[in-house]
Design a protein around this ligand. Structure first.
Ligand code: A3P
Length: 285
């Protein structure tokens, strides 16, 4: 059952778990220079990146990811519960967020804290979100994919428009504390991606540690890790009887869902909304 949505500064949020007070508290969140933020538009690989960053944090030792739920390792800033967890994290902290750039903690800007922004082919985001909306109780039932795609294209979904989110965060490209990577790059070359992340984070790791990160951040390893697969979530939040959080973990699943007409309509909106942004990720359009 859905608890409805509210609007905050033009962005839609669900009323269960989220509140205007929580969103505002996130904006006022104090930031340290050694904070590392894992930022995404939802369904773009947030928990995958969180697993990779957790494993880098522990120098490849899987003990942390196997004993502490991901929401405690890198709490989400946009709920009051997540903020409380974040305040209790020892430094250097790992923090997660789906907030659009204009609602992000003000203290980040001008700090030396780092943001890693993961972006994913929006057609795969749409399909992943469609399935997720059926199991995540704070979200409304998505209806048919046709109906849901229209709402997604208009930005009438939780966390607002994918297009605005990506456009907004892309403004930070070129800043030395901002690192952008795609889900598809993680898929194509996880080892190389881990090495680039280590470099950005100033955490040089040896080959054995990188091997351990690649092994423990695989879809199979995460799916069987109760600390990462959300099987510990209460059912009033996530109804795993209807599907799993780690659903397929592939690129291009949209081809199994969108008709050629839907895909063409999506491409049209994409061209209109993303013209000039210059995203050059290895997407299969
Ligand atoms: P699918 O629904 O397409 O399977 P988020 O964490 O931002 O909510 O994103 C969830 C998506 O990332 C899901 O996509 C999930 O399966 C995928 N994912 C999570 N861990 C992954 C991994 N280790 N490898 C590949 N995909 C992963």
């Amino acid at each position: 059952m859905s608890h409805g949505y509210f609007q905050h500064e033009g962005i839609t949020f669900p009323g269960l778990l989220y509140s205007p007070r929580g969103i505002e508290a996130a904006r006022e969140f104090p930031v340290y220079d050694d904070d590392v933020f894992n930022v995404t538009y939802q369904k773009s690989g947030t928990v995958w990146m969180l697993e990779i960053l957790s494993l880098i944090h522990s120098n490849g030792d899987p003990q942390w990811v196997q004993s502490v739920p991901n929401w405690d390792r890198g709490p989400w800033l946009e709920t009051l519960l997540g903020l409380r967890r974040a305040r209790g994290c020892p430094r250097p902290r790992l923090l997660s967020s789906h907030l659009p750039v204009q609602l992000f903690p003000k203290a980040f800007f001008g700090s030396k804290a780092k943001v890693i922004y993961t972006v994913r082919n929006p057609k795969d985001v749409l399909v992943s979100l469609y399935h997720f909306a059926r199991i995540f109780r704070p979200y409304k039932d998505p209806g048919t994919l046709e109906q849901f795609m229209e709402r997604f294209l208009q930005g009438d979904v939780p966390f607002g428009s994918w297009f605005d989110h990506v456009r907004g965060w892309m403004e930070l490209r070129g800043q030395e504390n901002f690192f952008c990577i795609s889900y598809e790059e993680l898929q194509q070359d996880l080892r190389g991606s881990v090495r680039r992340l280590c470099q950005f984070l100033d955490r040089p790791l040896g080959g054995a540690a990188v091997d351990a990160i690649v092994a423990n951040a695989s879809f199979a390893a995460m799916s069987s890790n109760r600390m990462s697969n959300f099987s510990l979530s209460p059912r009033f939040i996530l109804d795993m009887r209807r599907g799993t959080f780690l659903r397929k973990g592939i690129s291009g699943d949209w081809k199994n869902h969108l008709t050629p007409e839907q895909s063409a309509r999506f491409d049209h909106v994409y061209r209109e909304r993303m013209g000039g942004v210059g995203l050059t990720f290895p997407w299969d359009p």
